[in-house]
Each structure stands twice: as structure tokens, then as C-alpha cells.
Design a protein around this ligand. Sequence first.
Ligand SMILES: [Zn+2]
Length: 466
Amino acid sequence: MIAFGAALAAAPSWAQSDPPQSKPSPEEQAAEWNKKGVDYKKENKTREAIEAFEKALEFAPSDPTITRNLGAAWNDEGVKRLEIDNNPESAIAAFEKAMKLYAVEKSIAKNKANAHERRGTVRLQKKQFDGAVEDYKTAIELDPLTGRYPTSLAYVAYLKEDYDSAERQLDAVVRAFEKETDAWVLLGETCYKKGDLRRAIDSLEKALKLEPNRSGLAERIEKIRGELKVEGDFLPQNSSHFQFRFPQNRSDLYTTADLVASMLEDAYWTVGRNFDHYPEGRTQVVFYEVKDFSAVTRADEWVGALYDGKIRVPIRDFEKHRDSLWKTLFHEYTHRVVHSLSQSRCPTWLNEGLAQISENANVPEAENRLRESKTLLLTAAELGAPFVGKLSSARARVAYDQSLSLSKYLVEQRGFASITRYLRSLAGDATTPPVAEPKAFEAEFRMTLEECMKRWRLSMNIGEEK
Ligand SMILES: [Zn+2]
């Protein structure tokens, strides 16, 4: 909240007692300018008030009343810059001046804290995480009694996928500010990311109690409850970069835990090296009984596994199908890395193509199938849209084969570094805003997707859309 709280004193008391003189004394002139300043301030003419008080101080440089008045005027100016100009940067400068002149007025520090939070949020939108952290920390120092600031600070850790740190911070926030709804919501989402569904529900319910009408909250709790029904008693296991879960009643699978962990860690380093990217925080991997898998994911029957923020894998006979387990994990982990690089903005064909490249899918076989297929190739627009839920299984086969061959072609032409640059450009970063499609593709690869597809068809001897 913003307070115009700094009270004003009219004229210094000694001003009235002076006898009239032909030439006004410095004290009189100071009093006159001070009075002008007070009037301007009343009329909300902040700039004029500041000038008048500054003038007054020239005649009475150490006068405490005028100094405080000038501080209060700078406070007003800061509020205007923040609320009317929506410019936290210059508001901070104004509040800084105000605090120096009028240090005892606590509302100025609160206003400055608010301006820092606002600037922090702007920085966060630009992915300037360090700058945002600095602002939120300053806000907490200036106004330690507001729970919103430490919540915002924890949100930075959440966005950086450092869920352990986010949870630690939010635990402290809700202890100190038990009515801070945002903190409870964020704690719930953090626990969800960490796979602690029970605690996620508990936290979100606390939030719901505080704000029963908060939009989407009740539905969110219901959705997690649905997952808990299936995942609830899964046994979590950790490796360095993954948390993976099996159903508890499948103790026969515990022996495969080490196998799964070593494959995942292998994927972490191999895929990470290709893309030069190693996401922070543990990636969740959940193994389901086949019937539960489709219940939770509602995926099409041809989907072998999927990544939707967690890697979800239906349980098959892993010992017997080690190869396919390895492929599945590398495939889905690539989705995880691509998601992290592109902030979910990667076109489907490239996402699926890169995932298949990671799993060492057989490219010549895919290309032969494409040459022999009687089904039409997908258009550029179809390739960019999601495959799941839209394609028959025959058409899905073509979509995946085409994605693989086309992605392989692009990687060979331009290299992985170029692909990574392209993915990053879709997400944007601290210094550059996200680039939208089809501009991003053209900017990085110096051709349109349609041109790329044409060249690819020629070089692969894969016919026009049949
Ligand atoms: Zn996939």
C-alpha cells in the first residue's frame, strides 16, 4: 500500500515573531518559500513544491522543518512516478532522496520497498533473475513485515526450478505470515513439483481456506487429488538429478531402480552435452501400471510414455526390454531439456525429432517407411501443432518418421549448437525478448520451414505430399 503519510509543518514558528523589515531577511525568505512549497504540495503540484522547498533551504540550509517538508515532497513525487508513470526505476530514485531528508518517516521506506518489488517483477519478466533477487531482498530489508516480498523472492527459486530452496524459503514465510495466501499457493505448487502430492494438497487447502473464491484453486486441488489416488503410495527414490517413483505394491521392480537411475543419469549427461544444457532441480519420473497410465495422462493409445512436466512411463517388463526402457528414458528426458530451453515453445516436429535422435531411432528405416507410405506427409502447419489427440495411429507414424528425418536433416545441415540457439531464442532471456515463429526459424536457419522441407524432400528423395 502507498501512503502519502508524511505530515507537513507549515512555517517554522520563529517566522511570525520577526518584526517587519524593508529588506526581507534570509529567515523571512526561507519562510516565504516554505509556505509556497506547502501550498503547492496541498494542490498536488509536487515538482513545484520540491523547487520551492529547495529554494527555502538555500536561505536556511539546516532548517529541520523545511528539510522534512522537502523529504515529504520527494515521497509524493515517488508515489506519482510509481502509480501514475508506472516507472519503478525513477520512483526508487525519488524515495531514496525522500528517505535521506526525512529518515524518521517510516511510510517512505514502505513505499520504497513497494517500488523495489515492482521493479523486481519487471526484471523477472525479462528473466533477469539476479536483479529481481536483489530488489526483493531490498524490499524485505526496508519492510520486513510484509509477507509478499519473501514470497516473491521464493518465486524466483521456483522459476529457476530450485524447488528445495523454494520450499525452505516458503516454509519460513508461512510460519511468519500464516495468512499470506500466495505463499501457501506457491508452497503447494513447489511440493507438487517435488512429487510430495499430499503436502501440495494440504498447502493449497490452507490457501483455499483463506481465499475461498480464488479462481482455479479448488479445481487444482481436485486434479492433484486425482493424481494422488494413483500415485499416492508410490515409493520415491532419488538419484543425483532425478526423483523416480514406482507403485509400492510392485516391490518386484525395486531391483530395477538402480538400473533406471543409472540410465537417467546417463541421459542427463549425454543429452545435456548435446544441447549444452543441464536443467536445475530434480526431474520427476513416475512409473505407472498401464491401466493407471492412461487414466492419469488420457494419452492416445499409441503414446509409449510422455513428458508433461513429469516424465511418465507405463510399466512393462523392463528386464526383458532394457533397450526400449533406455530409449524411452532418453526420448522423454530430451523433451524435458527441450522444454527447459524453449519454455515449451518448441514446435512439435522438432521436439519429437530431437527426442528420437537422442534415443538412436533408426533413421533409414523411418525414411523407407515415408517413401513407401500411402499417407500424405504432414504440412508445415501440421508439424508445428501438437500430435497427441489429433492423429490416427497411421498418421502418427508418418508424423514421427517425418519429424525424425527432417530434424536429422536440420541437425546435419546446421549443427546442434544452432538448434540450441534457436530453442533459446523461442524462450528469450534477460537481454532479448522471445522471438515468435516463423521469424525465429528464419532468423536462425536463414530459410523458412517450407524451404527447409523442400530441400529435405529433395535430398532424401521423398516425394511431394502424396
Ligand atoms: Zn515424444
